[in-house]
Design a protein around this ligand. Structure first.
Ligand SMILES: Cc1ncc(COP(=O)(O)O)c(C=O)c1O
Length: 425
């Protein structure tokens, strides 16, 4: 394993000093990259370089408008190139984030499918953003996870058989934001095809950590967020079949979404513009395109390999500390996420001490995946229901560390030392 990250130099803010308690200064260690990543230096350079040229897009005839429009539209090709998307069949729609992308697809499904007949299969390991948008619209069923938190393909197939012909969509995370487990997307997509169901992959956690080739997987929908892949300017991506988005109405209507408007009728624009109402986030799109260009230049394979070795090293070392309970295992395929708890401390206390006394930023709680966390902790649905009227009376959760390409062994060793000291105290 490399002691130093060869990619640290590309990332902004890695050497920031912060105040600790009791007062002293320390270099901030960011182990919360699954929530959001810092920007690449190249991204900020691109934003600065583009700023003097920034202008309205699509409808302006001025030089800056034409240039801004061209860069905005070219960004779709950069994304298509990064993920190997065939633009003859797919459209790339820019949205705010993964959450908005999934909501948009779920709203369109509502218009296009007979809700009485339509069954959506989600899973027990989803982020709330790939669970809640499907509720109260369709018959929703959840593919089970094992006690360890791994998705059960047997249960997926059993449910596809049980609801044969009615499952319109299987919506599944590419990698879990809690355990980091990478789902076998190719196999899941194969089963979906066999039973005539579409597949949506929530790739918010997968795309920043693994090379991904959409045309290898025969997916229908793929969604992810720019801010989790070093482009924190508020852009998300929704990729889906152009034909699907040609049908129905956009849920947000207005400027840019139409070709022709009479007082009574509307001829909607072609995808993707039909679904990008109003002035879009041009800066955010430029930022994301630049980030993907830079990552392509660095090599996603190299990033994945580096992060994998750092994660395996960390897991191996954490396993050796009595008093640390881990919630994933290194024998499964995982991205750079490690959920754990420290004996004798709540997840909240552990995260507070790591942040306040050691300057290590981690996440704690349920990471917007409450059903999955409860499953991992063995808390029953009945137990939870007792707390519906007083949600703060029950506080289950984990501590999560998640690496970006710039984290290093030295930072991990410092964390391990901190955990040992906390346990000793
Ligand atoms: C797997 C997964 N899906 C969806 C989301 C939601 O992403 P966003 O907040 O960018 O909409 C997250 C965020 O953590 C995530 O980890």
């Amino acid at each position: 394993m490399l002691d130093k990250s060869p990619f640290r130099k590309y990332v902004l803010g890695t050497e920031t000093m912060i105040p600790l308690n009791p007062y002293r200064l320390a270099r901030y260690i960011n182990f919360d990259n699954a929530a959001t990543t810092p920007p690449l230096k190249a991204v900020l350079k691109a934003i600065n370089g583009f700023s003097p040229w920034y202008s309205s897009i699509h409808r302006g005839k001025g030089y800056k408008s034409l240039l801004s429009s061209r860069l905005y539209e070219e960004s779709r090709s950069i994304i298509a190139d990064f993920l190997k998307i065939d633009l003859a069949h797919y459209t790339i729609i820019f949205v705010k984030n993964t959450t908005e992308a999934i909501n948009k697809i779920s709203n369109r499904f509502c218009q296009l499918e007979d809700k009485g007949e339509c069954i959506i299969l989600s899973t027990e390991m989803e982020h709330h953003s790939n669970d809640l948008p499907w509720r109260n619209k369709y018959k929703l069923d959840y593919i089970e996870v094992t006690g360890e938190g791994l998705l059960s393909l047997e249960d997926l197939e059993a449910k596809l058989i049980e609801h044969r012909g009615k499952v319109r969509l299987v919506t599944v995370t590419g990698a879990s934001n809690v355990t980091g487990y990478i789902n076998p997307i190719r196999k899941i997509a194969g089963l979906c095809r066999q039973y005539n169901a579409r597949i949506l992959v929530d790739a918010a956690q997968l795309i920043p950590h693994r090379p991904f080739n959409m045309s290898d997987h025969e997916l229908d929908f793929l969604v992810f967020s720019g801010h989790k892949i070093y482009a924190p300017f508020g852009t998300g991506v929704l990729i889906g079949p152009t034909d699907f988005f040609r049908q129905g109405e956009p849920e947000t209507k207005g400027g840019g979404t139409v070709q022709l408007v009479t007082t009574e009728e509307v001829l909607w624009n072609e995808p993707p513009w039909k679904d990008e109402a109003g002035t879009p986030n041009i800066m955010g799109v430029i930022a994301l395109a630049e980030s993907l260009k830079k990552i392509k230049e660095i090599g996603m394979e190299k990033i994945a390999e580096y992060e994998e070795s750092l994660t395996h090293y960390t897991l191996k070392e954490m396993e050796k500390i009595p008093g640390v309970k881990l919630y994933n295992n290194k024998d499964s395929e995982i991205i750079s996420i490690i959920p754990f708890n420290i004996e004798g401390l709540s997840h909240e206390e552990a995260a507070d001490i790591l942040a306040g006394e050691y300057g290590i930023g981690v996440r704690n709680g349920c990471f917007c995946a409450q059903p999955y966390i409860r499953k991992l902790l063995g808390i029953s649905e009945n137990e939870i229901k007792k707390h519906l009227n007083r949600p703060h009376s029950l506080h289950p959760g984990l501590v999560r560390i998640s690496f970006g390409m710039y984290n290093e062994k030295e930072e991990v060793d410092y964390l391990l030392q901190a955990i040992r000291e906390i346990l000793k105290k």
